[in-house]
Ligand binder design. Structure first.
Ligand code: FPP
Length: 235
């Protein structure tokens, strides 16, 4: 691949997976079947992102606000996460994909935390793609958690952006270059609040379970056409 082509690809692609519920409703199915279809779509997209040579993929799998959903749906989503980690980690490892979870640990069921740790350790040496499900993630929670840890470390003042960043959930992961949101809404919903300062956004009406490699390519073409200035002047 030419340098120019690599440069025009996002290094970190972040996706807000929205529309599972509406996908299911359209088919007169329970919401959970929408989430299950969402996991299937996600599996294909993880591989497609790897083929695109993008090194970081994060997805908004469960937000700090999603606990407010009906108990049955929350339980179903937790079961899906358990299923995914137990059954799919071998495939990720075989494809040289590392899994890392991003979000607030407290509040998640103990057995899921153990599975998460196991999955991370098991794929720690894989290098082609870092796949980052954001679980119990909220951008405000991340900033607050970082501020509290920073204060507890008794830092020199005034603190800098770099001082705070050290305490983010995954400080070594670069900010998202491109954020895709499916499902027709135009908002960030507390995803990557700090990291999205200079991200490009791509919105599509497609419900997440219908998002496929062809749709991904459209989003990447959109990104390749953007001129990123980071607050500087037009070239
Ligand atoms: C929002 O759709 C989607 C979610 C709450 C995320 C569900 C998570 C997955 C499908 C991926 C699971 C990830 C892993 C790592 C297994 P919605 O219910 O808000 O849709 P609606 O807006 O149409 O109701």
């Amino acid at each position: 691949m030419s340098d120019e082509k690599i440069k025009s690809k996002p290094k970190h692609l972040a996706i807000i997976l929205d529309g599972n519920g509406r996908w299911a409703r359209k088919r007169h199915l329970p919401r959970l079947l929408g989430h299950r279809a969402g996991v299937k779509a996600l599996e294909k997209i993880v591989r497609a992102v790897k083929r695109e040579c993008i090194p970081y993929l994060s997805v908004y799998a469960f937000s700090t606000e999603n606990w407010n959903r009906p108990e049955l749906e929350v339980k179903g989503l937790m079961s899906l996460f358990r299923y995914y980690i137990r059954k799919k980690i071998d495939e990720l490892k075989a494809e040289d994909i590392k899994i890392r979870f991003c979000g607030r640990k407290s509040g998640l069921p103990e057995d899921i935390l153990e599975l998460m740790k196991w999955g991370e350790d098991y794929t720690a040496n894989q290098t082609t793609l870092e796949f980052i499900p954001c679980l119990n993630y909220g951008g405000r929670a991340e900033i607050i958690d970082a501020v509290n840890t920073l204060i507890a470390s008794n830092p020199q003042t005034p603190v800098t952006e770099q001082d705070l960043r050290k305490y983010f959930y995954l400080p070594d992961v670069p900010d998202p270059d491109l954020i895709i949101r499916t499902g027709g809404e135009f908002r960030l919903s507390n995803f990557w609040l700090w990291g999205s300062a200079y991200s490009e956004y791509y919105f599509t009406d497609i419900f997440w379970p219908d998002f496929n490699e062809a749709e991904l390519k459209k989003a990447l073409e959109f990104y390749a056409g953007r001129e990123r200035r980071y607050g500087g002047l037009k070239s």
